[in-house]
Design a protein around this ligand. Sequence first.
Ligand code: ATP
Ligand code: ATP
Ligand code: MG
Ligand code: MG
Ligand code: MG
Ligand code: MG
Ligand code: MG
Length: 291
Amino acid sequence: MAGSKYAYVKNYELPDNLLPGTFMIMRIDGHGFHRFSTEHSFAKPNDERALRLMDCAAQSVMDEYKDIVLAFGESDEYSFLFRKDTKLYNRRQTKLLSLILSLFTSSYIFHWPKFFPDESLNYPPSFDARIVLYPSAKEVRDYFAWRQVDTHINNLYNTAFWALVQQGGESTTRAHALLKGTVSAQKHELLFSRFGINYNGIPARFRKGSVLVRDEVKDARESGGHDFVPDAGTRTDLSEGSPLPDSSLAAGATPVAHQGKKKVKAIKTVRILHEDIVRNEFWDARPELLD
Ligand code: ATP
Ligand code: ATP
Ligand code: MG
Ligand code: MG
Ligand code: MG
Ligand code: MG
Ligand code: MG
C-alpha cells in the first residue's frame, strides 16, 4: 500500500538488529535505589521483601519471554540470558530492551502492595537497561561469576558495616573507617568475634543472590506438590501475592508428552535457587544453557 507523502520519515529509523549467533545478556538496574531504599524504609543491609519483589518482577519477564533461559538477581539489579539462537523480535535491540524493561518495571510496581503491604509507594521507581553481546560460553560463565562474586563482596561488606552501626553503635563514618582496607577474612573475623555472627549462616538469598532457571519436572507429584505451581498455563499467577516460599517460584506449565494411555505432563517450571553459579556444578547440570 502506498503511504502518504510523509511516509518517507519512516526511513530515518535505523535497523538495530543484534549480531546473530552471539549470547545476549540484558541487565536491568534500579535508578537511584540508594535513595529509593531509604525512602521506602528498606531494612539494611538486606530487605527481603524488596529482593522477593525483584524476583517476582524477573519471574514475570521469564513467563512472558520463553527465550530467556536464565536470570540472576541481586540488590536492585537483574540479568537475563537469552538462548543463543533466539530470533525474538528479529533481535532488534531497542525493541527487546524497551519491552522487557517496561514489563519488569510495571511488574515491580504492580506487585509492590503484595510485598510491601504496609509501605506505600511514594514515587514511581525506574530502571535502566542494556544488552551486551558475548561471543562464547566462556564470557557468559564469567559474566555470571562476575555478578555473583559482586553479590558476595557487597554483602560481606554491608553485613559488617551494618553490624558495626546497628549492633556496635558506631557512626557510619567510623564504620567505614574501620572496614577500610580490610580483606575478606578480617570481615568474617570481625563479624564473628565482635557480634557472634557466622557469615555463612546468614540466608543464602543474601549471600548468593537469586538464580531463576527453567527446570523440567515430569509430573506434579515429582515435586512433592509444593515446590512449584503445576499447570499454570503460560503465565504464573502470583496474584495471591504472598511471597513464595523459598525455592518455589513457579511454572509456565505446558503439557507436552503422552506415555501409553496415561497422560504424562512434562512441566517446565521457573525455579528460584540461591546457589553457587561460579563453579562448574551448576553449568554441568544444565548444558542447554550454553548451547
Ligand atoms: P544507580 O542509579 O547508579 O544504579 P543506585 O543508587 O541505584 O544508583 P546501586 O549501585 O545500583 O546504586 O545500588 C543500589 C542500592 O540500593 C544499594 O546500594 C542499596 O543501598 C539499595 N538496595 C537495593 N536493594 C536493596 C535491598 N533489598 N535491601 C536494602 N537495600 C537495597
Ligand atoms: P552506568 O552509568 O552505565 O549505569 P555503572 O557504573 O552503573 O554505569 P554498570 O555496568 O551498571 O556500570 O556496573 C554494574 C556493576 O559493576 C556495579 O556493581 C559496579 O560497581 C561494577 N563496575 C562498574 N564498572 C566496573 C569496572 N570497570 N570494573 C569492575 N566493576 C565495575
Ligand atoms: Mg548500572
Ligand atoms: Mg549505574
Ligand atoms: Mg541502581
Ligand atoms: Mg545496582
Ligand atoms: Mg509497535
